[in-house]
Design a protein around this ligand. Structure first.
Ligand SMILES: *[C@@H]1O[C@H](CO)[C@@H](O)[C@H](O)[C@H]1NC(C)=O
Length: 216
């Protein structure tokens, strides 16, 4: 064999040797691309998972207040009234336990104000002398309850739980004193009995929330 023929014979080998590294490079580049794509896919999947997790967290955040309402109404005097009062207020969605206590107290304050106005209307009518005497006391009692509840709310807002409890109990005593006046003579039924009962339940529900806050 002459040198040219020998070269021609060896050419495929030479070519294959010289090309191989490029092929390998190209292959590994393709493999790297594939891996990168896979990695991107994984990253996308991870993002998807993160998005799902965020979604779950967002759902959790939206669900939490309902749980918090249920939790705070668990030992309520009137559980149904407790849940209904809190759910009726849009602010309860973002509220913590202090917020929920404040919402319940504001509702009790509105109730006390309404009862106080009702007492004034009854007094402006023509009550019997017995009722007039009782209603005059109740007028003072509910005016005092309104003030005591305003102090309760102010105390809760400055996180003075002990003061808040004292003012709230004073408001409840005001309402009881009004009802006690009527009970002195059982034949004269209190015309405020139903309103007072609901008012005291609202206050009692708020008291339970304050007590549980004080324990934590
Ligand atoms: C007190 O609140 C209750 C519960 O929300 C409500 O049904 C009732 O009408 C209120 N009472 C007055 C006198 O406004």
């Amino acid at each position: 064999m002459d040198s040219v023929s020998r070269f021609m014979l060896l050419l495929p080998l030479i070519l294959s040797i010289s090309i191989t590294p490029y092929q390998v490079t190209a292959k590994s580049a393709a493999a790297a691309k594939g891996a990168a794509a896979a990695a991107n896919g994984a990253a996308a999947a991870a993002n998807g998972a993160a998005a799902a997790a965020n979604g779950a967290a967002a759902n959790g955040a939206a669900a939490a207040p309902t749980d918090l309402i249920t939790k705070n109404c668990q030992s309520a005097v009137n559980q149904e009234l407790c849940v209904r009062t809190l759910k009726s207020d849009p602010n309860s969605k973002q509220a913590d336990a202090f917020g929920l206590a404040t919402i319940t107290l504001k509702h009790a304050l509105a109730n006390a104000t309404a009862i106080s106005n009702q007492v004034k209307k009854l007094l402006a009518g023509t009550p019997t002398p017995y009722d007039k005497a009782r209603l005059t006391d109740c007028n003072e009692n509910y005016e005092s309850a309104v003030e005591n509840l305003k102090d309760t709310i102010a105390a809760v807002q400055s996180k003075g739980l002990s003061d808040a409890t004292t003012w709230l109990e004073a408001a409840m005593t005001d309402s009881e004193t009004c009802e006690d006046g009527f009970e002195e003579e059982p034949v004269h039924k209190s015309m405020l009995a139903d309103e007072s009962a609901i008012f005291q339940q609202l206050c009692g529900n708020a008291l339970v929330i304050l007590n549980s806050l004080a324990r934590h």
